[in-house]
Design a binder for this molecule. Structure first.
Ligand SMILES: Nc1ncnc2c1ncn2[C@@H]1O[C@H](COP(=O)(O)OP(=O)(O)OP(=O)(O)O)[C@@H](O)[C@H]1O
Ligand SMILES: [Mg+2]
Length: 445
């Protein structure tokens, strides 16, 4: 059995006025594996609890298989919830714990065959006689999964079910959750703040920020076409490079995006997306470059769509099969306050705290949930000189992924090629303007 879950303009305010979720609409298809992704406090658990019926929406409606379900009790929804802190009954064996929901249903039938079948599915047949205190964290989590599966629910609601486990076990159980939910064909809503987990598990990923849905799409599309700076920066490791730039579109010359000391010259003939950027002439924008959009190569090696810049090596991060090189290109990184986990700093150097960073942290501390613009360049204008005049930062502003065979050392000047086909441009509010959004804003004809 499986089911469709729909949220229509659902909002949730808690008593003390916290707007945890705002006007969220989401249609989850039968059998779909949907991941709710976002930073701590963005409302993920609240959404899940409203689907489960454990929390009542302040506004909006919940539909299950197209039927109005906002007022249904949790027990009437036939969904199984798996939590981060999976509480097992300490005085019951694994068999007792898994069979517990069946006994509650009091159908009078022997739970043993279904408990055994469930245990086989999870590979925990040998653990059925043990008590929770005699199990490892991962084993306990499987027993908790078993308890959720045994009733054959139509939907699984999982709230960070793996976050207490070590990385190896997490990867293993992640694959198992994916297999089991697919085998059962049950609709699954899975909450996590781990973007890698979201990308590897989800048929679709719904990204939340401050209670507001930013984007819902396949992992591939949220990575390739993030709607705004927040989504771009939240998804992908290493984090996308975000640089503050200014669009230069002279009537009589080539179009470029100035990045302070250097500029990205847009290749001619201009593609449609870049033609549309003309209207931004003179405006500050945010340039997004994923680490794979830049390679270490001389100007002479440039292919079509590649433009040269150069970077000063600040820091080299060896990761075995690849190397992350932190360059200083003389540009100013754009900061997304909520996601501010600065890149690894150079040993022995302290980065001066930017005003955006301080504000961001204050905002976080104040528990502010208002999901305003993703970045607020205007407000910070006083704090910075104009883009052209800015001093280079003392840490890298551009991280590039490369193979370990380059011999790179601090202070080397290296030629780089930027693949303009993989260039993102966001406006001052952090909304993506290039590639142009599929649905251009209604110009009010
Ligand atoms: N019962 C409650 N009363 C008041 N405020 C609440 C309550 N539950 C949650 N909140 C607030 O609502 C917001 C969203 O909380 P929620 O638990 O949904 O976030 P989350 O995305 O699941 O975070 P995390 O990743 O840390 O679990 C937070 O600001 C939280 O403090
Ligand atoms: Mg939560």
């Amino acid at each position: 059995m499986t089911r469709a879950i729909s949220l229509k303009s659902v909002s949730k305010s808690y008593l003390r006025g916290t707007r945890a979720v705002e006007q969220l609409s989401l249609d989850i298809r039968p059998g779909e594996f949907l991941v709710l992704l976002g930073p701590s406090g963005c409302g993920k658990s609240t959404v899940l609890r409203m689907i489960a019926g454990l929390e009542e929406p302040t506004e909006g409606e919940v539909y299950l298989d197209g039927e109005y379900a906002t007022d249904l009790q949790p027990s009437e929804r036939n969904m199984a919830m798996v939590f981060q802190n999976f509480a097992l009954y300490p005085t019951m064996t694994s068999r007792g714990n898994i069979g517990f929901p069946l006994r509650l249903e009091a159908r009078g039938e022997d739970p043993a065959p279904r408990v055994d079948a469930t245990a086989r599915m999870l590979g925990i047949q040998d653990l059925l006689g043990r008590y929770p205190g005699q199990l490892s964290g991962g084993e306990r989590q499987r027993v908790a999964m078993g308890r959720a599966i045994v009733r054959n629910p139509s939907a699984f609601l999982m709230d960070e079910p793996l976050s207490n486990l070590d990385a190896k076990l997490r990867n293993h159980l992640r694959a198992e959750i994916s297999r089991i939910t697919r085998e059962l064909g049950a609709t699954t809503v899975y909450v996590t703040h781990d973007q890698a987990e979201a990308m590897s598990l989800g048929d679709r990923v719904a990204v939340l920020r401050g209670g507001i849905l930013q984007q819902v799409d396949t992992p591939r599309r949220v990575y390739a076409l993030p709607v705004n700076v927040f989504v771009a920066a939240f998804i992908g490791t290493p984090r996308i490079n975000l640089l503050r730039g200014v669009v230069r579109a002279p009537l009589d010359g080539a179009m470029s995006i100035s990045l302070g000391r250097q500029a990205l010259r847009l290749p001619e003939p201009l593609c449609l997306d870049h033609q549309l950027l003309r209207v931004q002439q003179g405006r500050e924008v945010i340039v997004g470059l994923r680490s794979e959009a830049v390679r270490l190569a001389p100007r002479s090696a440039a292919g079509p769509g590649e433009v040269p810049i150069s970077g000063l090596v600040e820091h080299v991060e060896y990761q075995g099969h690849e190397v992350l090189v932190h360059f200083n290109t003389g540009s100013q990184p754009a900061v997304v306050p909520e996601l501010e986990a600065p890149r690894p700093q150079q040993p022995g150097r302290r980065r001066r705290e930017s005003p955006v960073g301080v504000l961001g942290r204050l905002r976080e501390r104040a528990g502010s949930l208002r999901a305003g613009p993703v970045v607020t360049l205007d407000r910070d204008r006083d704090a910075y000189a104009s883009a052209e005049e800015r001093l280079p930062t003392d840490t890298g502003d551009l991280v590039v992924r490369t193979t370990p065979d380059h011999d790179l050392r601090h202070g080397m000047q290296v030629p780089l090629l930027v693949d303009i086909d993989h260039l993102f441009v966001f406006d001052q509010h952090g909304e993506r303007i290039s590639p142009a959004p599929e649905h251009l804003p209604d110009l009010g004809e």
